[in-house]
Design a binder for this molecule. Structure first.
Ligand code: 5GP
Length: 189
């Protein structure tokens, strides 16, 4: 039996591909898996808590933190900025377990440049039709926002080949099992 090593996992995929639910379910099974809280200039949605869902900060504060080198990566996604704070990554690495970042494709590719050993996992919806149904069904986005997210999804799907693993999220239960297997496999190697 080989020793397991802590690894940096990066999960991305189009908005509505089910990343959030998938990651939450995997986390129930792997409570030691660290998860970072990102900073964003987006407005909180109903039920989102500052410091838990995201650190909700102003554009000026975001600029200041970029200039101060406080982000390991950041990107403009759907008209707002999002970034992973160095402090969040350090806090988790200090705990000695693997870490999972749930970030967009631009951010994921920045992380891979900086940490070549990072494992990039792309979550793909079964089809664009299913993606649209999920985004509309979620009820959190305006119709403009749904269209913007679908247009961005096309672009993101084109970058899936730059990921180490592509996982199709059709049946949630199966996708959870697959993601658990991927994490355990990379931790062993
Ligand atoms: P939402 O607004 O739906 O919470 O997130 C929109 C997108 O921003 C998602 O694709 C999510 O993965 C991405 N995102 C969230 N946090 C970060 C981050 O820290 N960095 C980057 N690059 N993208 C992020």
């Amino acid at each position: 039996m080989g020793a397991s090593a802590s690894k940096l996992f990066v999960v991305s995929g189009p908005s509505g591909a089910g990343k959030g639910t998938l990651v939450a379910r995997v986390r129930e099974q792997l409570p030691d898996l660290g998860l970072t809280v990102s900073a964003t200039t987006r407005q909180p949605r109903a039920g989102e808590v500052d410091g838990v869902s995201y650190y909700f900060i102003s554009p000026e504060e975001f600029d200041r933190r970029v200039a101060a080198g406080e982000f390991i990566e950041w990107a403009n996604v759907h008209g707002n900025r999002y970034g992973t704070l160095v402090s969040e990554v350090e806090r988790n690495l200090d705990a000695g377990s693997s870490l999972l970042l749930e970030i967009d494709v631009q951010g994921a590719l920045q992380v891979k440049e900086r940490f070549p050993d990072a494992v990039l996992i792309f979550i793909k919806p079964p089809s664009m039709e299913v993606l649209r149904e999920r985004l509309v069904g979620r009820g959190t986005e305006s119709s403009d926002s749904v269209e913007l997210r679908l247009a961005n999804a096309e672009h993101e799907l084109e970058l899936a080949h730059r990921y180490d693993v592509v996982l199709v999220n059709d049946d949630l239960g199966e996708a959870v099992e697959e993601l658990l297997t991927i994490i355990e496999t990379y931790e062993r190697n």
